[in-house]
Design a binder for this molecule. Sequence first.
Ligand code: EPZ
Length: 421
Amino acid sequence: MDEIIIKGGRPLTGEVIVGGAKNAALPILTASILAKGKFTFHNAPRLKDVDSIMDLLSTMGAVVERDGQTVHIDTSGMNDYEAPYEHVRKMRASILVLGPLLARMKKAKVSLPGGCAIGARPIDLHLNGMALLGADITLEHGYVEAACKQLKGAEIYFDIPTVTGTENLMMAATLAKGTSVLRNAAREPEIIALADVLNQMGADISGAGTSVITIKGVKKLKPVTTTIIADRIEAGTLMVAAALTRGDVKIKNCDPFHLKAVIHKLEKTGAEVQVFKKSVRVKGAAHINSIDLKTMPYPGFPTDMQAQFMVLMSVANGFSVIAETIFENRFIHVSELSRMGADITISGNHAMIKGVPELSGAPVMATDLRASASLILAGLAAKGTTTVSRVYHLDRGYEFLEKKLALLGAAIKRVPAKTKP
Ligand code: EPZ
């Protein structure tokens, strides 16, 4: 297990390029199950989670190859409909194969994903939707077993907007007989990206990006060549790094439209944000204003940016309150930040942050993907040296983050963890 060592206190300056979006790549690569033939996906980020979905598809009979940032998938030989426990436990978004398998193979056997560090992460909304489309669902021995003669269009109302739930059911409905309507659907940019790819494949989807998505079932879909959109959370993480280190960084190959809530909040902290067509430039302010934050479904402030903003608030002037409304346990990073001198009190799903003049470097442990990014950010701002262990969490969702930060002037390096004596 590698560690990342950071010597803090250096302002980040220069230009950095954002990679492909993990949370777009996962459903889009999974959508290849829906059609036989050769797919090409450009700008597919080299991430552990993307590797996991590639491995899963190959165990199901697809031929999957990576050529740099491009992934080729040939589904002609796909013959299996099972997503085994050893795959799903590593990457819970593997549940995204459920809808495509039901639609194309009329059956699926997918290990229940179970929870993760940030919450229970149930999939009841996914399963209720599949049942409404006509699937028979049984839960046995830790697996979802689903089967149908032919999925049929249905009206599906989500109690809460679920990102992968919306994606799973949108994919399932593409080959259903008749029309489906998803109400209270999630509106994230990754859902629009998936709908665009599905429509390129011959699907008939309208309304993606709004809370009502209509899918008119078609008989068949075809393979495509497409490009994955930029990762708005990586872009947001780099923006916070620039503000936190009082630097001046241009973040390229991102879509500022997807970052409106993050830009709005970052400007309120006093950072200067210049918006261009496909990039943003962030200049940090000497004094960081404390602000309050509440995570919400898109277009609200993203929960995946909560930990990163908490670091910024931990060295802001005054008091901030962060409300985490999406996941029930997404403050795990607080205990590690406190060991670096942050002054944070948790009460339920609220964190009260009293800004301190400076964090101090320390050995800390990553616990989940965005928490690991927040510890790296804290190390950039802290006085002294920070060693972040268990960085495999980081590798799930950030492509060479330490290299990108080093190119911006950070004193940061990845080393193999010292084997304990
Ligand atoms: C997606 O997770 C993202 N993952 C998460 O990113 C992101 O934090 C989350 O959406 C919220 O934006 C991918 O896209 C692969 P949800 P997802 O279903 O779809 C509850 C990261 O760091 N819920 O939108 O699993 C759920 O418990 C990851 O990149 C149900 O109750 O999240 C949560 O409270 C972390 N029943 C809320 O809905 C269900 O059937 C939103 O979850 C499904 C969800």
